[in-house]
Design a protein around this ligand. Structure first.
Ligand code: UDP
Ligand code: MG
Length: 322
């Protein structure tokens, strides 16, 4: 832990889904860590449609410490990424630190993240070097996913899935959150020119409640990785991707058509009985489709960039009542 106080004020953002048992200790640990580090802070607790007593507890914590605690309560369960996005949206301080509610992340790591931000990094990512989760169902798929993400995105981190990270406000402000995308935020930030660092953080076994995820998440992460890769390479020029494949397919279709005709003229081969005709039709139509998709893509990209962006959640209640 750092001895000197960081000059930055911090917004700690915690997504919460049925974590009532952990909340009192989470609050106590964050309060203690921030007091020890002498950092001005706010604790933004985002209830993601919990069905346990979490919402009531949030109001209690807020009433007990209105200076530091703020809360948001969603109308239903929108997912961890949406909960984090809501917290980022209302965060007021220069540095935003998302963190799990289940006490698996250690708030005492926050000052170390801040030190890196002080060193000039825009994003500091936590690395659960000694991760306390099951090997087969969690650590192994995560290791494979981390490698894959690293290779495909070219942003090299060991642990994308760790929620505990620190973001400088400026890079966090314009990032979009969808699906399981919160783990790709350092990647998006890095593509946007942010300086990204990684430090080892403490990880603890889950003491209360249960994990909200299983193996199914691996698939969602892979799908998001495809999206991310697409966003990286072609988001502003979809016609460049689809058009290239479309023209290739049209070319193959054209050649197959010539072969069909040639065989008819020179060796009397029946057109309807010629497999090349199918190749010609398949690639011809496929190519046209791809080119149309490219055009549609161009239109949606323009809409995407030029229209206002909407929130991906609805808020039932917010402590500062906006
Ligand atoms: N979480 C959430 N909404 C969900 C699922 C999870 O807000 O739909 C929160 C959860 O309360 C916890 C964090 O996201 O604070 C991480 O979830 P969990 O600990 O279950 O994931 P794991 O650590 O097992 O990957
Ligand atoms: Mg956890």
């Amino acid at each position: 832990m750092s001895e000197h106080a960081a000059p930055y004020a911090v917004s700690v953002v915690v997504p919460i889904y049925n974590e009532a048992e952990s909340l009192p200790r989470l609050y106590a640990e964050v309060t203690e860590a921030m007091a020890a580090a002498q950092v001005p802070y706010e604790l933004i607790l985002v209830d993601d449609g919990s069905t346990d007593e979490s919402p009531a507890l949030l109001r209690e914590l807020r009433d007990g410490d209105p200076e530091h605690v703020r809360f948001i309560i969603f109308r239903r369960n929108f997912g961890q990424t949406a909960a984090m996005a809501a917290g980022f949206d209302v965060a007021q301080h220069e540095v935003i630190v998302p963190m799990d509610a289940d006490l698996q992340n250690d708030p005492r790591d926050i000052p170390r993240l801040l030190e890196k931000i002080n060193d000039g990094y825009d994003v500091v990512s936590g690395w659960r070097a000694d991760r306390k989760d099951k090997f087969l169902s969690r650590r192994l798929p995560s290791r494979v996913a981390n490698r894959l993400i690293s290779v495909i995105t070219g942003v090299h981190l060991h642990d994308y899935g760790c929620t505990l990270k620190a973001y400088h406000r400026e890079v966090a402000a314009h990032m979009n959150f969808y699906g399981e995308l919160h783990r790709f935020l350092p990647v998006l930030a890095s593509w946007a020119g942010a300086r990204v660092a990684e430090i080892k953080v403490n990880h603890r076994p889950r003491e209360f409640g249960v994990s909200k995820y299983g193996m199914g998440r691996t698939l969602r992460v892979v799908l998001d990785l495809i999206t991310i890769k697409f966003l990286l390479s072609y988001s502003t020029r979809p016609m460049q991707v689809f058009g290239k494949w479309g023209i290739g397919a049209l070319g193959i279709g054209f050649v197959a058509g010539l072969v069909t005709l040639g065989q008819k003229i020179f060796s009397g081969q029946d057109v309807t009985d010629n497999a090349w005709l199918f190749v010609c039709m398949f690639f011809g139509l496929g190519g046209l489709q791809l080119i149309c998709m490219g055009l549609l893509g161009e239109i949606s990209v323009r809409t995407y960039y030029e229209s206002q962006q909407k929130a991906i959640y609805t808020i039932r209640e917010q402590s500062d009542g906006s």
